[in-house]
Design a protein around this ligand. Structure first.
Ligand code: C2E
Ligand code: CA
Ligand code: CA
Length: 275
């Protein structure tokens, strides 16, 4: 009918325009942001299945811009990567995360996300190392998370960076494992300490045969490779039961806690000590 014919195309164009405008606004806001003031770090526990204790916290970026409000990391990190401010953002977040981790019990580790650009040149790795060395956190308590795509991008540079961070004593986790296109032989070349199984394989684990088989084989692969394994995005007790049955040791997800601000970390630690 006439009304739809008139309304739909222009509405669609309008939505596209707003999305582009929004992106432009975010880009501008990132350029002019006072990073130290506007960025904060939330923490999500990584839990040991057998004891219920917290093995680590993953640091997750939060940005509140006075111009555009709260922006999710999945939105602003890719824009920051393109607009050239990502390394500065990483440095600000790392310093903040380390100053929190310095107050935690020492058996609890910090997991910190890096973007591809953070590990694609030697001098960038030096800067990361220097921030770690100037903190009050033992490098052996830190795991840097990189995604499969990052690891496969500029292979030589990335491999050298990873080797440098390992030499410092830090661990390297492969994030979102199973979603990229890396071959096992490529992975084998990296000195990984942990793989994180992406949450897309975990949702409805009890019902989804394919997801179940993938989690099962990734867990056994990690055992064969002699690396630690974290199952991400665990939301239900049914999923947890399945992971337990498959011998998963470390888990992370809303079943335990969403990411929380630094002030609430102490409460989470106390709660898990008692279980
Ligand atoms: P990621 O590294 O895979 O982080 C896990 C994301 O899943 C987080 O979203 C977390 O809040 C969410 N999550 C945790 N448990 C569950 C669950 O049980 N169910 C569901 N549905 N989601 C869960 P968040 O905080 O919005 O971060 C999104 C992505 O943004 C991260 O994915 C990571 O790729 C990126 N990111 C976040 N912080 C940083 C950072 O400091 N640096 C870099 N380079 N990237 C970051
Ligand atoms: Ca991560
Ligand atoms: Ca992940």
């Amino acid at each position: 009918n006439k009304r739809n014919n008139r309304g739909c195309p222009s509405l669609f164009a309008k939505e596209q325009a707003t999305e582009l405008e929004q992106r432009g606004l975010i880009e501008q806001a990132i350029r002019s942001a006072n990073l130290d003031k506007e960025l904060s770090v939330y923490f999500q526990p990584i839990v040991e299945v057998s004891s219920g204790r917290i093995a680590a916290f993953e640091a997750l970026a939060r940005w509140h811009s006075p111009q555009v409000g709260q922006v999710a990391p999945s939105v602003f990190i890719p824009i920051a990567e393109q607009s050239g401010r990502i390394c500065e953002i990483t440095h600000t977040l790392l310093a903040k995360a380390l100053s929190e981790a310095a107050n935690w019990p020492h058996e609890i580790k910090l997991s910190f996300n890096l973007s591809t650009l953070d590990v694609s040149a030697g001098e960038r790795t030096l800067k990361l190392a220097s921030i770690v060395m100037h903190s009050d956190v033992d490098p052996r308590r830190i795991d840097f998370e990189i995604t499969e795509t990052a690891a496969m991008g500029r292979e030589n540079e990335v491999q050298a960076s990873i080797a440098d961070l390992r030499a410092l004593g830090c661990g390297i986790s492969l994030d979102d494992f199973g979603t990229g296109f890396s071959s096992l032989s490529q992975l084998h070349a990296l000195p990984l300490t942990t793989i994180k199984i992406d949450r897309s394989f975990v949702s409805e684990l009890d019902k989804n045969q394919a997801g179940y088989k993938i989690v099962k084989s990734l867990l056994s692969l990690s055992r064969d490779m002699g690396v630690e394994c974290i199952v991400e995005g665990v939301e239900t007790t049914a999923e947890l039961d399945m992971i337990k049955r498959l011998g998963g040791r470390l888990v992370q997800g809303y079943l335990w806690s969403a990411p929380v601000p630094a002030e609430q970390v102490g409460v989470l630690i106390a709660k898990h000590e008692q279980t």
